[in-house]
Design a protein around this ligand. Structure first.
Ligand code: GLC
Length: 392
């Protein structure tokens, strides 16, 4: 965390990986604040301050903040000077809560609450294009799972295709978003996914926003956030729940996606499954050794899905590797660890914690890991392994 720390004027943030990701990333910074809250609360506060510093007028916070521009990586004409035009999974309220919980610094809570409130209001008002109570994404990258097979359908790609092709389609969407003047209602004509994890994170974080508002004496806000949470909870049940699982939806008629990814386990963090449904999910899906319970942990895509790909090619740059189509990602382990504990599945949660630690011990701080061999893949000196500090 210290090696990846960057200071620009009065701002401080952490880069996910010095060579591959040399800027500030949205959900990474939420993870960083949580990790830092364990041993350096001042830096945790700084991480969130810099994250909200370049918020847009309408409340949007770009998924990348370009504090330094001399890098060649992801040098994209977004149309904005300091940030990208996309969002990332909305974990800000939870990160803020965790820093507050450690410090009990009410002034800091009040300071970051304002931009945080604007951010969630933006999501609730601008990203519910179908007016069904769900938040939608205009680009796969907004999910944080950039090339997950959940987005293949909307990108018109088969389950197996070159990473370059995937990236080209996503990049073309960046331009369409710009042409649409960043209005989701326009960009959604080209790409629209109401994704399970992002909506589960919304439910989880809206609940926290309501608690934070109450602590700050903002009773009306507390009520409004609670109401948003319940509307979204109900919408997920009505539109996404099918045969024991929450499924992401695509397009204007909300077609259910059937790809087998670990998205199905994320609603555990937001208490969206009943105890009985969760027990079924853990017994029949999560711990099935043919699909998700692989030797080194839970893969981003089930082993029996046609898109599953765990192999790192011996050529190419980090971004050309399988990414979200099979490998294990630490943040996902962290969500599952907390989700499973929430439902009392302590044995499975402990197994995930142990495997997470084993991966870092075997292969170091890498972006992701091969679920069959435990080999480290993708970026080097990647921060997410630090989340193990928060698995206790
Ligand atoms: C990759 C990941 C994304 C992450 C970013 C920076 O693009 O897919 O989730 O935020 O790297 O670490």
């Amino acid at each position: 965390m210290i090696k990846n720390r960057r200071v620009v004027r009065e701002f401080q943030y952490t880069v996910p990986s010095p060579s591959s990701y040399p800027y500030q990333w949205f959900w990474d910074s939420c993870f960083h604040a949580i990790i830092l809250s364990h041993f350096d609360t001042e830096s945790a506060k700084k991480e969130l301050r810099s994250l909200v510093a370049n918020q847009h007028e309408n409340g949007m916070i770009g998924h990348v903040t370009y504090w330094e521009k001399h890098h060649t990586v992801l040098n994209i004409g977004w149309g904005f000077e300091h940030t990208s035009s996309l969002i990332q999974p909305p974990l800000l309220a939870y990160a803020l809560w965790r820093v507050y919980d450690r410090t009990r610094d009410g002034d800091f809570l009040a300071e970051i609450y304002e931009p945080t409130r604007k951010f969630y209001n933006y999501l609730v008002s601008e990203r519910d294009v179908r007016n069904v109570g769900l938040v939608g994404l205009v680009n796969p990258d907004e999910s944080g799972e950039d090339n997950s097979p959940r987005f293949d359908g909307e990108l018109e790609l088969p389950p197996y295709h070159p990473v370059e092709t995937n990236q080209k389609r996503r990049f073309a969407l960046f331009d369409m978003h710009k042409d649409c003047k960043y209005a989701a209602v326009c960009t959604s004509k080209f790409f629209w996914v109401e994704d399970v994890p992002v909506n589960a994170f919304m439910v989880w974080n809206l609940d926290i926003m309501s608690d934070i508002a109450r602590i700050l004496g903002r009773k009306e806000d507390a009520k409004t956030f609670k109401a948003h949470e319940w509307r979204m909870r109900a919408a997920m049940r009505t539109h996404m729940f099918d045969a024991g699982l929450f499924k992401s939806l695509t397009g204007m008629n909300g077609m259910k996606l059937e790809e087998k990814t670990l998205a199905r386990f994320i609603p555990l963090v937001a208490n969206l499954y009943t105890q009985e449904e969760a027990a079924h999910l853990v017994a029949w899906d999560l711990t099935d050794e043919r699909t998700y319970w692989l030797p080194f942990g839970v893969p981003s895509v089930a082993q029996d899905d046609p898109a599953f790909d765990a192999n790192e090619p011996t050529w190419g740059e980090a971004w050309q590797h399988p990414h979200w189509r099979g490998p294990i990602w630490m943040a996902m382990n962290w969500f599952m660890f907390h989700g499973l504990n929430r439902y009392g599945f302590h044995t499975e949660a402990e197994e995930i914690r142990k495997k997470s630690l084993a991966l870092v011990e075997k292969s170091g701080f890498r972006e992701y890991y091969n679920p069959l061999t435990g080999d480290g893949q993708g970026a080097q000196d990647f921060t997410w392994g630090g989340l193990i500090l928060d698995m206790a």
